[in-house]
Design a protein around this ligand. Structure first.
Ligand SMILES: NC(=O)c1ccc[n+]([C@@H]2O[C@H](COP(=O)([O-])OP(=O)(O)OC[C@H]3O[C@@H](n4cnc5c(N)ncnc54)[C@H](OP(=O)(O)O)[C@@H]3O)[C@@H](O)[C@H]2O)c1
Length: 255
């Protein structure tokens, strides 16, 4: 007969499991302990290739890939219900995001709406789907990847920044909802990080943190159930200064 610890293998669900930051988190998680890992993705082939790599790295991990339409509330609800019906989830990470062209958001309203839906509406729906499960089980950790761009909007990417600001408020409200319980809501705010999202800006000289190092901060912050995790941590101080810069000075910056 398996004992209780053996009977429950840690279960982690990662939405946007093809993200470079999320992939590095997964490597850490499957390396730490036997894990039942579910990657929720929009591109099945890409998800399967990441899953295959994780299985080679950690043969004791059980890695499954689920494809879902990230903008369909019914599909999102059904996907997370199916995942949670098979047993309690310990950790969920919502990682997907789209750093879209700001000029296009300003000129093409349908494009602008798509960006807002992918970055704000979709993560909020996934978060609610997980939250109803965590409310029922009374425990679990939900991480949402926001961004330092959500701390103060700027002309270069304010549509994206505004969606990340929305996620910050959403996580804040959820944290209030679950305060005093064993359900932890963790808002993650990466600074510029080396991933496909930043390839073009990196080529133009942007300094980026390594995704592996950002992932270590994310995994540790989620383990501790920290309400807000800046990754790398130095961005907490940088954004404190940026948020408090007077508007008349901020508006002179071409950022
Ligand atoms: N890299 C940075 O500098 C940085 C800084 C702050 C915050 N972040 C945030 O960190 C998270 C992870 O990003 P990353 O750096 O790991 O970038 P990434 O490797 O480019 O991953 C982006 C993820 O978002 C998914 N995605 C993109 N467009 C989508 C769409 N239209 N519909 C559904 N999913 C979509 C991608 O799916 P596919 O693989 O199918 O394309 C992928 O899973 C994102 O939320 C991002 O906003 C990143």
């Amino acid at each position: 007969m398996p004992n209780a610890a053996q009977a429950h293998q840690r279960k982690i669900v990662v939405v946007g499991g093809t993200s470079a930051i999320a992939e590095q988190c997964c490597r850490l998680w499957v390396g730490e302990a036997p894990t039942d890992l579910i990657l929720v993705v929009r591109d099945l082939g890409k998800g399967e290739s990441i899953a295959a790599d994780l299985r080679v790295r950690s043969p004791e991990a059980a890695v499954t890939v689920l494809q879902v339409d990230f903008l369909d509330p019914t599909a999102i609800g059904a996907c997370i219900d199916a995942v949670t019906a098979a047993g309690p989830v310990d950790i969920a990470l919502i990682a997907h995001g789209w750093l879209a062209n700001q000029q296009a958001c300003q000129t093409d309203l349908a494009f602008c709406r798509d960006v807002i839906e992918v970055n704000a509406v979709s993560p909020a729906l996934f978060a609610e789907a997980f939250a109803r499960h965590f409310a029922a089980t009374g425990r679990g950790t939900l991480g949402l990847i926001g961004s330092v761009a959500g701390d103060r909007a700027r002309k270069a990417n304010y549509t994206y920044g505004a969606t990340k600001g929305f996620l910050a408020r959403y996580a804040e409200g959820m944290a209030h909802r679950f305060a005093g319980s064993e359900v932890k809501i963790v808002l993650i705010k990466p600074g510029p990080t080396d991933s496909p999202m930043t390839t073009a800006r990196k080529a133009r000289g942007l300094r980026v943190a390594r995704a592996e190092s950002v992932a270590r901060t994310v995994v540790e912050g989620m383990r501790r159930g920290r309400p807000v995790v800046y990754a790398p941590p130095i961005w907490r101080a940088i954004m404190l200064a940026a948020r408090h810069l007077p508007r008349f000075l901020f508006h002179r910056l071409s950022i």
